[in-house]
Design a binder for this molecule. Structure first.
Ligand SMILES: [Ca+2]
Ligand SMILES: [Ca+2]
Length: 244
């Protein structure tokens, strides 16, 4: 009887011990469940994130009266479709002081996305860019041009360009816009797009005849009279990135 009693007590103690352990296990599980949303959020910060791109034109006759192209022309003043990509520090769509690529030269002179799109696709293949972004041309300046751009941890910067048309080799552009801030993706960001000269043509007026140059000149900010006011460069457009 004594032995049986001892065994019974031992069994009861074991049950109590198991019972005591159980809530702990549940607590641990609960803790894991609670941690999951935070972990998912951290993932979302690094993984591909999409932004809406909205390009608002500011290149109007009111803002840029000097030699502003005749709005009754068949090819009214307009912007070509935007083209660009998210990328890392090893890729630049354009850079102040750098020779234009054939793709940037053609975009700036004819508004054509090819072969700039092929150059971007090559950068994607090399791991330096993430995905091609393009919009339709913008011909009605009461409207905006829209597109989407995908960024990730390895490609947090965005560069975009559009031809200022008509023009010899001038384009609106933003480069290396970083959509990360303090380790998080920004909800939205607005940047001015200034006028650039790709360096692929020597024309100096909107309607100048083709004046191809060889060797090419370095790309530079366009500080001609067309885009300056009171000694300041005026933005020809504004680009807003909004996280989707
Ligand atoms: Ca040229
Ligand atoms: Ca030029």
């Amino acid at each position: 009887m004594r032995l049986q009693t001892k065994l019974l007590i031992l069994m009861m103690l074991s049950l109590v011990a198991i019972g005591a352990c159980k809530p702990k296990a549940e607590e641990t599980e609960t803790a894991v469940v609670e941690a999951t949303p935070a972990a998912a959020d951290t993932m979302a910060q690094t993984g591909p994130v999409k932004y809406r791109v909205e390009f608002t034109p500011l290149w109007t006759k009111d803002n840029f009266p000097f030699e502003y192209p005749d709005t009754s022309l068949i090819h009214k003043p307009h912007f070509s479709g935007l083209i660009g990509t998210a990328h890392n520090a090893s890729y630049h769509l354009f850079l102040d002081g750098q020779m234009p690529t054939p793709g940037l030269e053609r975009l700036s002179e004819e508004g054509k996305h090819d072969p700039l799109s092929a150059e971007i696709n090559a950068a994607i293949g090399a791991g330096n860019a993430l995905a091609l972004t393009e919009s339709d041309p913008l011909k009605d300046f009461s409207q905006t041009a829209t597109a989407e751009v995908t960024v990730d941890d390895a490609h947090p910067m965005v560069s975009l360009v559009a031809m200022i048309a008509p023009s010899p080799d001038w384009f609106a552009g933003v480069s290396d816009v970083n959509l990360r801030d303090n380790g998080s993706w920004v909800d939205s960001k607005t940047v001015d797009a200034t006028a650039w000269d790709s360096g692929g043509d020597d024309g100096t007026t909107y309607l100048a005849d083709d004046k191809d140059n060889d060797p090419k000149k370095p790309t530079s900010m366009n500080k001609g009279r067309h885009f300056m006011k009171d000694g300041q460069t005026m933005p020809v457009g504004r680009i807003t990135f909004t996280r989707l």
